[in-house]
Design a protein around this ligand. Structure first.
Ligand SMILES: Cc1cc2nc3c(=O)[nH]c(=O)nc-3n(C[C@H](O)[C@H](O)[C@H](O)COP(=O)(O)OP(=O)(O)OC[C@H]3O[C@@H](n4cnc5c(N)ncnc54)[C@H](O)[C@@H]3O)c2cc1C
Length: 295
């Protein structure tokens, strides 16, 4: 089955998955596995039928559905470099049935994959702007393709900050890459809730670091955030306090997803089907629903 390549731009071009059959599951093989932090590993998955055009480019921020026969399916974001071939890259935390079974697999084992799905980070809106990336815990995974893209096209963006928070220093994802990101022109700022004896950095929530930033151009800054919802809510409020408008803030909402095609309704939040209208949404569009408890 052929499908047009997904353009590497555009919140506006969201829904590129609709060009292809959303139910088509391709078989992929684990060709590499990196154990990141306890309970989290990064897998490189190569399409077995190399002629399969489903191995498309993707927009940073999109996700695939990973399928383990007899176990189930889970939404997992792309975490690899969008400019790089060689298979899909996903960073997965052991949470329940699917992800724990995946954690028991090794290089050479196979699973199913369909996608890519959802909107991506709004790259056209970031062009020429300063970019403030706020990541919490595993939320760094969906932001990593964006980080790679910003590094790949560094001259197209202004200042870039990455504020990365985790419960403990051991929980900071992709630490081996921070030096390269800094050398590439990203200001990487870290904070943890619970320091250990070796930690000499910031302790506390990410908003402390956001509010300490003196944004040189608040109205030419875009804030992109992924992590626990409570963190994203307060990150957005901090951005507003720094002089940004709601239209400059983008959140990725990783709610329960089942069909990924906007049909089953599991991921509905207000009028939005997060699997197709999201997971990345502009803050002003989702703000009324974010602050309603248990919605
Ligand atoms: C768009 C999107 C992108 C995602 N990207 C990633 C990713 O890159 N890496 C990753 O490890 N996970 C990611 N997730 C979360 C992942 O889909 C869930 O953890 C999924 O439920 C795991 O499936 P499971 O069968 O292993 O666990 P389940 O049996 O479904 O659930 C295990 C536990 O996690 C809880 N849970 C279910 N869904 C979520 C959720 N979305 N967030 C938090 N807790 C949940 C359940 O209530 C239960 O307590 C993403 C989710 C979405 C919607």
């Amino acid at each position: 089955m052929t499908a047009p390549p997904a353009p590497l731009h555009g919140h506006q071009s969201q829904g590129n998955q609709l060009h292809r059959n959303p139910w088509y599951t391709q078989t992929v093989r684990i060709v590499d596995r990196v154990d990141e932090i306890p309970g989290v590993a990064t897998y490189r998955l190569a399409v077995i039928d190399e002629g399969d055009s489903h191995h498309d480019p993707f927009i940073p921020g999109q996700f695939n559905m990973l399928y383990l026969p007899g176990v189930g399916e889970s939404a997992i974001s792309m975490s690899g470099n969008p400019a790089e071939g060689g298979g899909w890259v996903h960073t997965v935390r052991e949470a329940g049935n699917v992800t724990r079974t995946l954690a028991g697999l090794s290089v050479g084992d196979t699973l199913g994959l369909r996608g890519p799905f959802g909107t991506g980070w709004p790259i056209p809106n970031l062009l020429g702007n300063d970019v403030l990336i706020v990541a919490g815990g595993l939320g760094t995974a969906p932001l990593r393709p964006l980080i790679y893209h910003l590094l790949n096209q560094r001259e197209s963006f202004g200042r870039i900050w990455l504020i990365n928070g985790a419960r403990s220093p051991e929980g900071l994802l992709y630490q081996r890459e921070y030096q390269a990101w800094r050398q590439g022109g990203i200001e990487v700022l870290l904070t943890v809730d619970r320091p250990n004896a070796e930690w000499h950095g910031q302790v506390g929530v990410v908003t402390l670091l956001i509010e300490r930033l003196k944004l040189p151009r608040p109205l030419q800054t875009q804030l992109v955030t992924c992590g626990p919802e409570v963190m994203m809510k307060y990150a957005a409020l901090s951005g507003l306090r720094l002089g940004m408008t709601p239209e400059q803030i983008w959140v990725s909402l990783e709610r329960n997803m089942q069909c990924a095609a906007g049909l089953c309704g599991h991921c509905q939040l207000g009028p939005e089907f997060l699997c197709k209208d999201g997971p990345v949404l502009r803050y002003d569009r989702i703000r009324p629903f974010l602050f309603v408890e248990q919605l």
